[in-house]
Ligand binder design. Structure first.
Ligand SMILES: Cc1cc2nc3c(=O)[nH]c(=O)nc-3n(C[C@H](O)[C@H](O)[C@H](O)COP(=O)(O)OP(=O)(O)OC[C@H]3O[C@@H](n4cnc5c(N)ncnc54)[C@H](O)[C@@H]3O)c2cc1C
Length: 396
């Protein structure tokens, strides 16, 4: 493991930091009072991704032929991810396209598909959502039932997806459908691309406990999808979806975010009083802070190890699962301690007069719980780590 950045890396970091200083959108109170799915907020988020892309800081590693920078230097990609977090830049609205669809098409898409879809993923001209989960098919995804019948040159899709993040403002969905109901469950699935404007699609937003409608139910009634929208081979969708399962996801960026959360927690513990003294002086709080600090440090070194593997061309493998498991649980535990410190102030929402830190802690506490579940629950990550990483027997 090499923990030092080269002179070139440091110079690049300075350039990125300077650019972000003048270009990260300022907080707009009028906009942040609107619901997250308001068209004005969506447009602002698209404009931000486009500006970042034009500066050359989105998906650096994608080939130039598809609109990317063709810059395969992993250190530079990592530095951009880290600096975005440190600059408190907004997340990218096109994240599903950038982190899931894009790498999948690069690996298994046809030349036409890469040329047609990838450039618009980069510029946020087309936003993608992930149509995998269904009522009754989450952890056991291979049991999915949304049916796509091949009739002539078209698939006719019928069924329902659920928990589809961002479907209400997405232009396209990458979707797993059952194309052979008689085959063993992993072998009768295909991966298709669905235009969300196609007749027969109904999107119903679902409101979460945060109060935001982050995800949706999506219904398909005789939805016609051209055969050319199939990615990979017919009935091989399980392999297509798994091709990028272990894809490295913004490793140091997510560690930096957790480090920032911990710093904010320590600041809160020092400034908020508990039993007549700063919470940070309370032995039970100090013990918990020490525990969280140790876990954040361990996560940081785990991320350095993964980065070293990536720079040496080694696949991330089971390390990415460990990252997901540890990172999401750690973020949630940091928020839980913040609520304990805030005590009776914890439930106040951001409009209340005595609210602390603009109400971000209770919001993040609820939001980070969702991240422990989304993209594979902690229990499922543990199963995979123990079976594929540690060689333990399969769970029943
Ligand atoms: C914030 C958020 C965003 C999401 N976004 C999307 C999206 O954009 N697109 C999409 O397709 N899906 C999305 N999902 C859905 C997500 O992938 C599923 O919720 C997740 O896979 C779990 O499936 P489930 O909800 O059906 O729970 P279930 O699979 O029914 O699990 C219920 C409980 O049983 C446990 N469990 C199940 N099987 C096992 C086992 N074998 N061993 C041990 N424990 C087990 C689980 O860990 C869980 O605690 C999102 C979810 C969340 C929370």
């Amino acid at each position: 493991m090499d923990l030092a950045y080269s002179k070139e890396d440091e110079a690049f970091r300075k350039t990125v930091r300077t650019w972000l200083k003048t270009n990260v959108p300022k907080k707009d109170k009028t906009l942040s009072d609107l619901p997250p799915n308001d068209p004005q907020r969506i447009q602002r988020a698209k404009d931000w991704q486009r500006r970042l892309y034009e500066a050359g800081y989105v998906a650096l590693g994608w080939p130039k032929a598809y609109g990317g920078q063709g810059d395969t230097d992993i250190m530079r990609q990592t530095i951009v991810n880290e600096e975005l977090v440190l600059a408190r830049a907004p997340g990218l609205i096109g994240a599903s396209g950038l982190t899931m669809l894009g790498p999948t098409l690069l690996q298994v898409g046809s030349e036409e598909q890469k040329r047609r879809y990838l450039p618009k993923v980069l510029t946020a001209e087309e936003i993608w959502c992930q149509g995998y989960s269904e009522p009754g098919s989450g952890s056991d995804l291979a049991s999915l039932r949304t049916k796509a019948e091949l009739v002539g040159d078209e698939f006719i899709v019928n069924g329902q997806k659920v928990w589809t993040s961002g479907a209400q403002f997405s232009d396209w969905m990458f979707c797993l459908v059952r194309t052979d109901p008689d085959a063993p469950k992993h072998r009768g699935i295909s991966y298709i691309l669905i235009d969300m404007k196609t007749p027969g699609i109904t999107v119903r937003p679902l409101v979460q406990m945060t109060g935001d409608a982050g995800f949706n139910e999506v219904f398909f009634e005789d939805v016609r999808v051209p055969r050319e929208n199939l990615v990979g081979e017919l009935n091989q969708g399980w392999l297509v979806a798994n091709a990028t399962l272990f894809h490295e996801r913004n490793m140091l960026g997510s560690t930096t975010r957790t480090q920032l959360m911990l710093q904010n927690l320590i600041r809160l513990a020092r400034s908020h009083s508990r039993y007549g003294q700063p919470a940070a002086e309370d032995p039970t709080i100090r013990q918990q802070l020490a525990d969280l600090t140790t876990r954040v440090e361990a996560m940081k070194y785990h991320s350095f190890r993964q980065l070293t593997d990536a720079t040496k061309g080694r696949k991330p493998g089971i390390g990415a699962m460990v990252n997901k498991l540890v990172g999401t649980e750690l973020n949630h535990d940091i928020c839980a301690l913040a609520l304990e410190i805030m005590n009776s102030y914890a439930p106040l929402n951001r409009r209340a007069s005595h609210v602390i830190d603009n109400g971000i802690w209770p919001y993040e506490f609820m939001f980070t719980l969702g991240l422990i579940i989304g993209g594979g629950t902690s229990q499922i990550q543990k199963n995979i780590i123990s079976e594929r990483g540690l060689g333990m027997p399969k769970s029943r």
